[in-house]
Structures are given as structure tokens and as C-alpha cells.
Ligand binder design. Structure first.
Ligand code: JF5
Length: 267
């Protein structure tokens, strides 16, 4: 799969991409990531890529011509997506769609002051946002998109076993994980995980995934249409939690997203 990135910070993007899981896939030849410097498209000796906005106002706007030049010379894989807060929200479904794209895709990193609108209108195929906040530039957003997509690409290290696990708990938060030691500062690993009863372990994990999701992200439970009777029974078996009867109705509103860091019980 080929991924082209257009940015005014090619070194920063390239260094992160080389150091990550993405770099491994790149060196293994599974991924062809090409990072392009938008300044290569500048015409003047100062290699300027931005200019003052028509109509006035603070800040500078990335000009159309350097971007058109560099993109057209690269003939990048499509879709070419502009990263910015005005884009369509990027999520796991978008990541799966991009991972399925055979030729690959391309990302153009915008700047917070803006990009000449003709780039979005006549060069890009769409716009992507990674969330409702404003970044100085689209570079970190591009890295987020690349990492989320690349780990789904067949042949990228570690993605075979994870694929099966992911479908097992689709749309739920992860169950808690533990490693040695079994007792740390008096905090014990749940007994079920050390029981050797694989069936009970699997049921406990699903119950924990359901409990956590119900507590922290009730919107995700609602999105998958509530809990089926089997899942409700599982929840009650392990945590004694009775699931609200109107399974499609209002669920406990998520309180503040905090975590307990209390001392273990002395008794
Ligand atoms: C950017 C115009 C690009 O701020 C972002 C961003 C937020 N979510 N996803 C991306 O990118 C930088 C800001 C303004 C274009």
C-alpha cells in the first residue's frame, strides 16, 4: 500500500513514521510511504508557501500554487484527503475503509490559519478531521490516521491474531489485562485469570468489556442496539450488575471519566 503525505514539516513526519510500527512495515516492503515537502513547490528564493488572506485578517494562508505543483508532480494515490477540523470525522470505520483501498491514499496537512479554498475544491477528494479541537497543523492528525490504518493492513506485524479478537468484542471497550506478578503492592490479579478455565476466562473478559463500556461509553452500547439476553446474563453472573430493562432507552449517563487509584483494602 502506498501512502503519500504533503507537509511543510517533512522531516518531522518522516522521522515519526520511520520510528513507529509503520516504519517496520515500511522496511518490510508492505508499505510505500512517501513524504513530500510543500516548499519544493515554491517559486521564489525564500521558498514561501503562504500569503496574507484576501479580505484581511490575522495569519497567513497556504497558497494554492505550491500545493498544486508538488501534488501534481507526485501523482499520488487517490483519495487525497485534506486534514483539518472541518473534515468528516475519522473513526475506526474510516480506518477500515482506507485499509481496504488497494492503491492506497494521500494526506495533505493543512495549517490552522487555513489553506486556499481552491485546494479543497479542485485538488483534494475530501476532508478528514480526527476530532473537535484545533491543531497548529495537520501533521499530527496525519500520523494518527496513518497509524490507525496501517495496523489493519494484512501483513503488518501483529495484525492477524488481533483481527479475530477485534470481531469478538466489536464495538466494546477492552477488557482489563494483567501480567506478572500476580500480586503487586497488595493488588491481586483476578482469580479467574489464573484458574486455567479458558471458557470462564473468555466469559469473564466479555462481561468486563460489557461492564466497562456500559459504565464509560453507554453511547457505544446504544449504537450496537443494547445488550442481548445472553450478554445481560453474563453481566449479572460476574458483576451482579442488572442491565436497565429498556435496553434501547436511556442508559446511565456517563459520569466524569476518572479512574480509581485507591489503596488496596487492608483487610
Ligand atoms: C488544521 C485548518 C488544518 O486542526 C487540525 C485538525 C483537527 N482535527 N483534525 C485535524 O488540523 C490542522 C487546522 C485548520 C486546516
Amino acid at each position: 500500500m502506498r501512502i503519500d503525505v504533503f507537509t511543510i514539516f517533512p522531516d518531522a513526519v518522516d522521522r515519526f513514521v520511520s520510528a513507529s510500527l509503520v516504519g517496520k512495515a515500511r522496511r518490510a516492503g508492505v508499505l510505500d510511504i512517501r513524504v513530500h515537502d510543500l516548499r519544493a513547490g515554491a517559486g521564489d528564493p525564500h521558498r514561501s508557501v503562504d500569503d496574507a488572506p484576501f479580505g484581511g485578517g490575522a495569519g497567513m494562508v497556504l497558497a494554492a500554487d505550491p500545493i498544486f505543483r508538488v501534488v501534481e508532480a507526485a501523482r499520488p494515490p487517490r483519495p487525497l484527503l485534506l486534514l483539518g477540523p472541518a473534515g468528516r470525522r475519522f473513526d475506526q470505520d474510516s480506518a477500515r475503509d482506507l485499509a481496504r483501498a488497494k492503491v492506497g491514499f494521500s494526506l495533505l496537512c493543512g495549517r490552522y490559519e487555513g489553506v486556499d479554498q481552491r485546494v479543497a475544491d479542485h485538488l483534494c477528494d475530501g476532508e478528514l478531521s480526527i476530532g473537535d479541537y484545533v491543531l497548529a497543523g495537520g501533521e499530527t492528525a496525519a500520523l494518527v490516521v496513518i497509524e490507525a490504518v496501517v495496523r489493519l493492513v494484512p501483513g503488518v506485524m501483529g495484525n492477524e491474531a488481533s483481527a479475530a479478537e477485534e470481531s469478538f468484542a466489536a464495538g466494546l471497550l477492552e477488557y482489563p489485562q494483567y501480567t506478572r506478578p500476580a500480586s503487586y503492592r497488595g493488588w491481586e490479579v483476578p482469580e479467574v485469570l489464573r484458574s486455567g478455565d479458558h471458557g470462564r476466562v473468555a466469559r469473564w473478559r466479555l462481561a468486563e468489556a460489557l461492564r466497562r463500556t456500559l459504565e464509560r461509553r453507554p453511547d457505544l452500547i446504544r449504537a450496537r442496539g443494547g445488550l442481548d439476553p445472553q450478554e445481560q446474563a453474563l453481566l449479572e453472573e460476574f458483576s451482579g450488575i442488572a442491565y436497565p430493562q429498556e435496553s434501547r432507552g436511556p442508559l446511565p449517563s456517563g459520569g466524569p471519566v476518572t479512574d480509581a487509584h485507591e489503596e488496596p483494602d487492608a483487610s
